[in-house]
Design a protein around this ligand. Sequence first.
Ligand code: F0G
Length: 361
Amino acid sequence: KRSRMKGIWRFAELLPVKSGSPVTMGEGNTPLIRLEKLEKVIGVRRLYAKFEGANPTGSFKDRGMSLAVTVAKEVKARAVVAASTGNTAASAAAYSARAGLKTFLILPSGKVALGKLAQSLLHGAVVVELEGNFDAALEAVKELAKMPEFYPLNSFNPWRLEGQKTLAFELFEEIGVPDVVVVPVGNAGNISAIWKGFKELKEFGYSEALPKMVGVQAEGASPIASAFKAGLNAPLFTDSPETVATAIRIGKPVNWMKAWKAVTESGGTFEVVSDSEIIRAQRLLAREEGVAAEPAGAASLAGVVRLASEGYFNGDEVVTVVVTGHGLKDPDSVKFHPANKLTALNVEDAVEKVVSALKVV
Ligand code: F0G
């Protein structure tokens, strides 16, 4: 029976949800891609990207959403609700559509990347735009979740994290326990979930080692990472988070305490990166390694580059960066990268243009 399960449900024995009919699209089983060029430049033994953009809706959220929507169906919820910077919305819309649940999404107006908004609308969710940021949208969800009609799909819902912990199980199967696992941090659920996965592997006797967990935040939205680096013992919440990586544009992460614990227990650290470092990492992934990440998804690599420049690595580490979302999610971000101007030409001119362009490569 177990062998028929795919993706995250292969690990059903390690999931607390027992369902004969999970709401699934084969999420998980994402590619682990060796970044051979970048590992040489950065100076670590091996560098991998766990490419979560390859999930059914293009982000890691699908791992948790499969579980949470399965639970929503089993508790006979009629409607689900979520606040989102975009990826949770897209994933909730898709999985809830599959389960036949009405989906309500509360999104920060003007701050959700185009691909994610399009996905939410395509799957038929009711989208409510909020004059405010993600943190305000989450307040609205908490209010709605008090009513029995609405089942919440944000990461304060523990089933989400149970699904997301399967990334650790896959990594372990693929390369054993890496020395360092680097995760972009927004609402701080994912890094906590991955750490839980590694701890369970050890607890149940599968593995002996644990990785160091590194959380990366964007400079303008770094309530946890900035406080950690300043030696404080609690985050510095902000009302006005701002970053090009809109997925992690969050000022008051609900799961901050779990993430803080993951980093300190594991002996890891938090890192802060600027928007330009994020864009540079997005370019490195795309143009050196062929991996398309949305800006937030490239923040983990930006964190590794920054840590390397600070002498964090001794050169012998196996490092995995979690690339949390696909580049297609945020087509606007292409504007931050050099590219040739597009003009429509006839066949003759097109040939001439390609030939002359080759000379300057
Ligand atoms: N990377 C991407 C691409 C994300 O969409 C998110 C979160 C994160 C990283 C951070 O993960 O919140 O668990 O620390 N996106 C949420 C959303 C907030 O609404 O889609 P986290």
